[in-house]
Write a new protein. Structure first.
Ligand code: MF3
Ligand code: CO
Length: 248
């Protein structure tokens, strides 16, 4: 069931979203050769808690950290740990903050030092694919219009779209209806109305679209070992167009 939010709820979601965006910035600024993913997660955790919120991911279905940090061929749900980031890595950070009863959820892929032209091109296409999806998040459109916009843009650039994981509604729960796939048919799916809040989050592979789950039960990698990127914003559908809740 899709929960349409009131104006009061949208204000609270904006505050949770802003804090989530600030936490993502804190994490992104820490990405550098020589830093461990655990150190980045601790900065994110402490920032969220210092600001009176709770990390949305911590203990979610047993998840053991405050952020997901996924490096290179890791697509999503990388568990922060002893891994040391090296020059040329691309580092996807996904983080949410739970504030005053509402969640924010956002992600971005950051370069560590100087990265290859191919890595940069993948990150750019994934960020731009998200922007295309957001532009389609207009009242009267359907979820499939968002999905198709992301898919078309990324596939035109030679990349593939992960199917097994999708975006989602955001509210009192981190994951609400509807599902927001990054692939699909324009004109299909749930109709978008003002007050809907959704996370759009393309997970894009440089190689083929298939994924492989790590034995740790969480980390999802590209099956072919190719690079992957992930960008996510929580957005609200309004009568005046999409509003990014996870803007700074
Ligand atoms: N943030 C992810 C999403 O974008 C969910 C993370 S799962 C968790 O939907 F277990 F790490 F929290
Ligand atoms: Co999400």
């Amino acid at each position: 069931m899709v929960i349409v939010k009131t104006a009061t709820e949208l204000k609270l979601l904006r505050e949770a979203g802003r804090l989530s965006a600030e936490a993502l910035r804190v994490g992104g600024e820490a990405v550098a050769p020589g830093v461990t993913t655990r150190e980045i997660d601790k900065l994110i955790h402490d920032f969220i808690v210092f600001n009176g919120a709770t990390p949305s991911f911590l203990n979610y279905e047993g998840y053991p950290a405050s952020s997901c940090i996924s490096v290179n061929d890791e697509i999503i749900h990388g568990i922060p740990g002893d891994r040391v980031i090296v020059e040329g890595d691309i580092v996807s950070i996904d983080v949410g903050a739970y504030l005053e009863g509402y969640h924010g959820d956002n992600a971005a892929t950051f370069p560590a030092g100087k990265v290859s032209a191919e890595a940069q091109r993948l990150m750019d296409a994934t960020r731009e694919g998200l922007e295309k999806g957001i532009a389609a998040a207009v009242s009267g459109n359907r979820i499939g219009d968002i999905s198709n916009a992301v898919q078309t843009y990324c596939e035109e650039r030679g990349y593939s779209v992960v199917r097994e994981y999708v975006g989602h509604g955001v509210g009192r729960q981190m994951h609400e209806d509807p599902e927001v796939p990054n692939y699909g048919k324009a004109g299909h799916g749930v109709r978008l109305v003002p007050g809907m809040v959704i996370a759009i989050e393309p997970m894009i592979n440089a190689g083929d679209r298939h994924v492989r789950q790590d034995t740790n039960g969480w980390t999802v990698r590209t099956a072919d070992g190719s690079l992957a990127a992930h960008f996510e914003n929580t957005i609200a559908i309004t009568k005046d167009g999409p509003v990014i809740m996870t803007a700074l």
